[in-house]
Design a binder for this molecule. Structure first.
Ligand SMILES: CC(C)(COP(=O)(O)OP(=O)(O)OC[C@H]1O[C@@H](n2cnc3c(N)ncnc32)[C@H](O)[C@@H]1OP(=O)(O)O)[C@@H](O)C(=O)NCCC(=O)NCCS
Length: 180
């Protein structure tokens, strides 16, 4: 099954909403960008304001056109730095390799579609799989950490960054296929 990245559309939002069933999922996905309970109005306002905020939102779709994932980059005012985030895979499609492909392709799209020189992100310290994935792509931990609240517990958020020249995608875009 093929996997493609396209810009997020209004019609994707009800599907996306269904992938964020709890307040913990909301924070894991988007930090403090939205408030709980998440609803279509918040998502629609965010999508509408994306161009003026310098944000690009992508939906990953399977070969049959069904959305399977979501990711985003927001660029700094001077256009040199991008912040990668909002990584989300449909809960019933997890652990099949979609997340890995989504991260690879959306970071690559972030570099390609904007003029940024550096991509940054924040990842929870306990999320070892994602930290390793970002490291494989060329991200390094900057040494900066933030303490954040997640489910009443303090969790460390680790800053990582990747200069354009250090980005190492796993595969050429065209060749990547996944089995459902
Ligand atoms: C994080 C997320 C995008 C991963 O998507 P996915 O499709 O399950 O990821 P993949 O199947 O491509 O797996 C990527 C790697 O993470 C590992 N992994 C994925 N979920 C894991 C879990 N719950 N526990 C341990 N390892 C896990 C996989 O083994 C794989 O490692 P490998 O490449 O060394 O084999 C998905 O779990 C998700 O949407 N989570 C909720 C939102 C979130 O946490 N966003 C990320 C914030 S940094």
């Amino acid at each position: 099954m093929t996997f493609q990245l396209r810009r997020t559309e209004l019609s994707d939002l009800p599907i996306l909403l269904g992938w964020v069933p709890t307040s913990t999922d909301l924070v894991l996905w988007s930090g403090t960008s939205f408030h709980w309970p998440l609803d279509l109005d918040q998502l629609a306002q965010d999508l509408e304001a994306a161009p003026e905020n310098g944000r690009i939102l992508w939906t990953a779709v399977q070969g049959d056109g069904l959305p399977v994932g979501h990711a985003s980059v927001i660029t700094s005012d001077d256009g040199t730095i991008g912040r990668f985030g909002r990584v989300l895979i449909n809960p019933v499609k997890r652990r099949k390799g979609y997340g890995r492909t989504l991260v690879e392709r959306s970071v690559e799209a972030g570099f390609t579609e904007t003029g940024i020189d550096l991509m940054t992100l924040g990842v929870y310290e306990h999320n070892r799989a994602n930290r390793a994935l970002y490291a494989e792509l060329g991200f390094e931990e900057t040494g900066v950490v933030f303490d954040t609240e997640l489910d009443g517990r303090t969790r460390r958020l680790i800053e990582m960054s990747c200069p354009r020249t250090s980005f190492r995608p796993f595969h050429p875009w065209e060749e990547k296929t996944l089995t459902a």
